[in-house]
Write a protein that binds this ligand. Sequence first.
Ligand SMILES: Cc1ncc(COP(=O)(O)O)c(C=O)c1O
Length: 281
Amino acid sequence: MRVLAMLDGTLADPDRPHLRVDDLGALRGDGVFETVLVVDGKPRELGPHLDRLARSAAMLDLPAPDRAAWERVTQVVIDAWNQPGEMALKLVYTRGPEYGDGTPTGYALGLPLAAKALQERVAGVAAVTLERGFDPEVVPRAPWLLLGAKTLSYAVNMAALRHAATRGADEVIFVAADETVLEGPTSTVVAVNGATLRTPPPSSGILPGTTQAALFRAAERAGWSTKVEPITRADLANADALFLASSVRKITRVRELDGVPLPDATTRQAELNALYESEYS
Ligand SMILES: Cc1ncc(COP(=O)(O)O)c(C=O)c1O
C-alpha cells in the first residue's frame, strides 16, 4: 500500500506520474526531504522533522516551508493510510520545475517499511567504516557543500551502501579525513560505554538525528549520561556497543565492524529500544 498527497492536501494516485520532467529535484537533486516514522497513526518527532526540513531548506535558499501545510498533508496521508502498524512517511520539497513559475514542488508519500530495515532491527548489521572525503574544518568554511542538510542528493550515500555490500557488509559508518566519526548514509552513530551514550556533534558536518535526540532525552531521564562530542575511529573499537539510529530503523545494533565481530549487545539493544519507545508510550 502507498498513499500520496500533494502539499495542497489533495490525494493523488501514487502509480501515476506527478512530477514534471524538468523538476529540479529530479534533474539536480535540488531539494530536501524528511522520512518520518508513523506508528498506529501517530507521527513520531514530527516537530523536529519539520524543524529540520526548514533548516535544510534555508541552507539551500529554498522558500521557507509552510509548516501548517506540511502538518496538514501529513495528517491527510495518515488518515488515508487507515491501517494499524508502521508507515514511513516521506516529505519531499524541491525547487520545482526549471521552466516553471518558481513554485516549489511538495508532496508527502506514505510507504510500508522496507523488509531489510525490519529484519536488521532484530538481527543487527555488519558495518564498514568508509572515508567521507572531507576534513571537519571545512564545514564552517564551505556552506555550499550543504553538510548537515538533508538534501535529495543521496547518490553518494547510496553508492557507499553498494560499496559496503561488495565487502559483505550491510551498513557504513563514514569517517572524516582526520579519522573522526561522522554518521551512516541514513543514520546517526551512537556509541555506548558503561551507562554513557555518545554521538558526534552536528558541527562535524552531519545531520542532527531526531531518533538519537529522542533516545538521549529518554536516557537522561532514566539516569544515563549522554555526550554529544567528537568520536574517533579508535573509540568505535573500544565501545561496549555501537548502534545506528534513524526514524525507520529505530536503534539498530552494529554486530560487526570492519570484519571484526563486536561484543554481543543484544541486551543493550533491548535496553536502548525500551528507552526510545518510552518516549511514545
Ligand atoms: C545522513 C543521515 N544521518 C542521520 C539520519 C537519522 O535521522 P533521523 O533519526 O532523524 O531519521 C538520517 C536519516 O535518514 C540520515 O539520512
